[in-house]
Design a protein around this ligand. Sequence first.
Ligand SMILES: *Cc1c(COP(=O)(O)O)cnc(C)c1O
Length: 413
Amino acid sequence: MSNTTINTTSSPTAILNDGGEPGYTFPNSFGYYGKFGGAFIPEMLHRNVEELRNRYLEIMQEPSFQQEFNDLLRDYVGRPTPLYYAKRLSEQYKTKLYLKREDLNHTGAHKINNAIGQVLLAQRLGKKHIIAETGAGQHGVATATVCALKGVECIVYMGVKDIERQAPNVARMKMLGAKVMPAASGSQTLKDATNEAIRHWINNPADTHYVIGSVVGPHPYPDMVARFQSVISQETRWQLKQQTGSELPTHVMACVGGGSNAAGAFYHFLDELSVQLVAVEAAGHGVNSGMSAATTQLGKPGVLHGSKSLVMQTADGQVVEPHSISAGLDYPGIGPMHAHLFDSGRGTFLSATDEEAVQAAFELCKLEGIIPALESAHALAAIKEMKYKESDVVVVCLSGRGDKDLGTYMKYM
Ligand SMILES: *Cc1c(COP(=O)(O)O)cnc(C)c1O
């Protein structure tokens, strides 16, 4: 059954509603998914995080919030994004492969879904200022975009090294009116920018909201971000129904940095145990090369950026500097939902090296005429590692487009 009608009236409201048992989808009231999660925060931030925890569900359920969120997703972001049957890629792998086209969102990736949700929420909390941290600049650009749209002041912390490496995104943020603050401490990358953003928040707790860009951070951030991103799987369900006759695929695959596109792509399938959830981490130069970001393979339980999860660390608990060719996957931790999916066996965790990701990106260009983000290319690379039946229905989350990665791709041409 094939039906090309786009259901533009389908709204993502269901995801914003409270309820449900703690399990794969919902954390318990302390923010735990199994052994992972919680809120490990300095005393000074207690009031802010507590205010957010007390109000986020109530605000997300307000009809006026849902109306504004859904309208912006439709008219500004361009949702629903297509679920595209990749015919030539399917022939290559002898199965049915569908791409969820988050690359077609405004600003080029899934991150805008969450940025819109959090800025609208911050306004309802009465916050006048927005801060964020960014590594590659993608989350910074998404946040600066929404702040421009809403006329809100925006400060983005970014490591000095990243500012040098990511000049186009720095220019974008500035053009969008954001202030980019260099983080000069430590390794001058993402983790230092995060520390600076947290310091800013501690000093300005009353009027500032900190927009975290993935399903990481203290409770309620992982749950809140997962709910904003869950529109991805909510659309996938009805799109699959239209195109295949069934709402359920056999597999959903997504790359995992902190894990927000994967959380969104998995969300409405988490408790559908027939659906295999495949998370793909960045192996960098190889899982055991010392230059990797494959957190579930290398990490141990620990606390990073406000929650307990799996963290790449030395024997005495120092965070290990990760490596991936894709800046979005270059993170030494993973969100607590994913740590639980790994720990419980509900999720299948694979990894792809830098080289494998680049090859997969070139293959998608050649077979489908789509240049994927390097992050998304990791999910594509893992297709090779899977054993599919011809009748399987495999959804791959194409989290972003590859324009930002042309410089890297050119080195391989
Ligand atoms: C940031 C980013 C990612 C990684 O972040 P998640 O929170 O793991 O989704 C993946 N793909 C793209 C295109 C990104 O910009």
